[in-house]
Structure formats: C-alpha cells, structure tokens
Design a binder for this molecule. Structure first.
Ligand code: GLY
Length: 427
C-alpha cells in the first residue's frame, strides 16, 4: 500500500512510523516536509499545500489510503473530496468535523445527549455577550466559535479581561470569520486527560489515556502551546473515571447515530476531572499532538489494521502495552511567540537505540561543508519529540532527560518537569 499523510509534524511522523510496521505498507508520503523522513518515509514536498496540489499528487501517484492530521483540512471537507475520487481516506467528513471546528455545535451536541460539560451560553454579538458576563462570575471562559489556530480560548480572570476578549473577537475581528460567534463558559478547575478513540460509523473504541502539558514553562506557567510534553497512560485516571468515560462514550455514540454524524476516524475527547467527576471540555476529530507520539509507541495492535477495520466498518481491535511512554518536546526559544529557525541540530546519532525521536519542526538541507551530505535544521516552534517507553514513569522520565542532554541546537529550550506530576499538581 502507498499511503499519503497530510500534515508534517511529530504526530504525522509517529503515524508514518507506526504504519510502516505493517508489511503491506510499501511507503508513506508526508504531504510537505518532515526532517525525519528517510527510507520508506518520503517527503512529497507539495507546494502551497492545498486541495489542488494534493489532487495533482493523487492523480500522479497511486495512493491507496490518505490519513489526515490537521483540523483545517478536515473542516474544509477534504475527506469527502478524496473519497469522492474512490480513494480510501481516514478522518471525519465535513459535517462530523464540526464537532471540532464549531465550539457552539459541539456544546449543543453535548447538551442534547446529556454529556457532562461546563455550563455555557452562545452569543453572536458584543452587546448581548456583555450582558451575559455576570452569569458565571470569574474566571470565565470565552471561546471564539471556529478554528482559531489554537488561540481562540481565553480564560478571563476579571471583567476587564473579558471585555478585552469580547472586543477583540467582535469589534477587532482578530479571528476573522472564525469569530462571528462565541461560547461563554463556566470555568472548571482540575486536571485534564486526553482520550483518543477510533470511530467506525457510530461505534467508538477508546485508546489508552494520555496527559498533555500545554504551558510553555515548568510548573505549568506561561502561555498555552500546542503541547510541549505528554505522558501515557494518564497517571490520574482511575477505574471510576473509566466507568464515567464509558457512559459518556455511549452517549456520544447515541448522538452520532441520531444526528447521522457517524464517521471513520479519530474522536479526541478532551476531559477535565474536577473533584472526581469527568466533564468534556472539547472534542477534536483528529489525532492529538503530542498525544500521538506517546500513544502509538504503546500500541500493540497494528495501526494500519485498525484503520482498515474502521474503514471497513468492523470492530476496531485495539491493544495497548502495559508500559509508560513519556515525551518532552524540544522547542525553539520564544515559542509560542516569535522564534528563530535554521539552527543545525546535532547529537541525534548519539541517543540510545530505544529512544524514539519524532520530528515536529525540522528540515533536511544540503550541508554546504560536504557535497553529498544533508544536515537537519530547526524549522518550527516545536522541533523534536524525545520519547521513551519504559516499565514505569520514573524510568521513562530518566531516559528522556538523559538523552536530551545529548542533543543540541542553538536556542533550544524545553520543560524540565514533564512527568514530575506530584510537584505540578500539589497546589
Ligand atoms: N494536544 C492537544 C491537541 O492536539 O489539540
């Protein structure tokens, strides 16, 4: 099989490596460029990275399966488009992708199917939203309705912050047409858990759990990022939470069936656990990043087989190893704000053989000091996921940080407390 993965980050690199474990996989194309591509992982180097260039590639290459990473393409209906050409595609159709691309749609779905979530109101104009502010007190959560590159959620500590967020969305239009409506939501406090699930029609098959670290600095300080560390399983997950989650999943299945939203792909349930009770914070309809980098190395079942089971509407037989995976992401200093790129990465050849390196934002370039060779340079905010899979969290944590010491690039930065859970959550 020839497989095209749309997207080029650490998530896509981890998916590519997992797909190559199946002998039927001839090669995996990454749609643009991943600096970790080698052997049977091939960079397709699609320019402009849009439906037209993807179409051209599909026309000239006999692709058997397309797997889509980023939410933007899914919300634009790329799955419907590819399937209409008779090519197998793994991901939600446009209508189901709204569970991620419209916060208001997702909240209505949750409310209608009695899925526990924070209380909320929807507003489509500034004046009405202002009158809603006293309902929840502070902090209050304000979410722009559409996909806003991960920047659409504001946790407002006081009225001044909330008015600023509303002004930015409704008057300054900082999210363009993605912010014509908002969800105003009660603030919940606790810890988060990521649960990715296969969806096959209306049936949901959960993965093991994960815990994402979203803040850029140690001790959960600083601005939110796309995720700069992750562990799996989530150390706070309990049998009781698992039972609550299974009930929630049954409700989601009911909703998918009744709303005719069944699809083939991934549903990522973003949970918040407050005082032992699960709430759904959000849905994503794609693999998480960096969750994928710690979940797939623990997958004992075969990813391609699982994807084909979902596509063929068969039960998805997932199996996870009873071990622990952890990743710390090396980032370019300045991320999630401005950062430099183009710095050479060294030391990757020195890491232990059982350490996995997924490339989030890197590039292979010709090394001008040697005619034949290439070198790898930084090409993004998140640069490399350093992953260890061990018998317990302490061993995984030690292996990740021992190996990070061997890697270098200018302006390299990373959190030193991933996996040090007691310290982070004791307050
Ligand atoms: N790690 C969160 C996400 O993928 O959206």
């Amino acid at each position: 099989m020839k497989i095209l993965i749309i997207g080029n980050g650490g998530r896509e690199h981890a998916i590519a490596e997992a797909l190559l474990k199946n002998k039927k996989t001839e090669c995996v194309y990454i749609s643009t460029h991943n600096g970790g591509a080698k052997d049977r992982i091939i960079n397709a180097e699609l320019t402009n990275h849009n439906i037209e260039t993807i179409d051209e590639f599909l026309a000239k290459t006999q692709i058997d399966l397309v797997v889509v990473g980023p939410e933007q393409f899914l919300s634009e209906g790329i799955i419907d488009h590819i399937q209409s050409k008779g090519i197998k595609a793994f991901g939600p159709h446009k209508a189901a992708a709204r569970l991620e691309s419209s916060k208001a749609f997702a909240k209505e779905f949750m409310e209608k199917y009695q899925i526990p979530t924070a209380g909320y109101f929807r507003y489509d104009n500034y004046d009405d939203a202002l009158t809603g502010l006293p309902e929840f007190g502070y902090p209050v959560v304000i979410k722009a309705d559409g996909l806003c590159g991960g920047k659409g959620v504001s946790i407002c500590q006081n009225e001044k912050d909330a008015v600023r967020a509303l002004t930015d969305i409704f008057h300054n239009r900082i999210f363009g047409n993605q912010g014509t409506e908002i969800v105003m939501e009660q603030f919940l406090s606790g810890f988060e858990a990521s649960l990715l699930c296969f969806v096959s029609g209306n049936k949901i098959y959960p993965f093991d759990t994960a815990m994402d670290y979203k803040k850029i600095y140690d001790n959960d300080l600083g601005p939110n990022t796309g995720g700069v560390g992750c562990i799996s399983p989530n150390p706070y997950w309990t049998v009781d939470l698992d039972q609550q989650s299974n009930q929630i999943i049954r409700q989601i299945e009911k909703g998918l069936a009744q709303e005719k939203l069944g699809f083939t792909g991934i549903l990522f349930i973003g949970y918040l656990i407050e005082n032992g009770k699960l709430y759904v914070l959000e849905f994503n309809t794609r693999f998480g990043d960096p969750e994928t980098e710690v979940l797939l190395p623990r997958l004992k079942s075969d990813l391609l087989t699982n994807i084909m089971q979902a596509i063929d509407d068969k039960p998805v037989e997932l199996d996870f190893a009873a071990n622990v995976a952890m990743t710390t992401i090396l980032v370019s200093q300045g991320y999630p704000g401005k950062y430099e790129t183009g710095h050479e990465i060294t030391g990757l050849d020195l890491v232990d053989p059982d350490i996995l390196i997924y490339h989030n934002g890197t590039k292979q370039i010709i090394d001008s000091s040697s005619d034949q060779k290439t070198k790898i340079v930084t090409n993004g905010g998140r640069v490399l996921s350093v992953v260890a899979v061990k018998e317990n969290l302490a061993a995984a944590r030690q292996a990740v940080y021992n190996n990070i010491d061997k890697i270098h690039f200018d302006n390299m930065s990373y959190r030193t407390d991933i996996g040090k859970i007691i310290e982070i959550y004791k307050n």
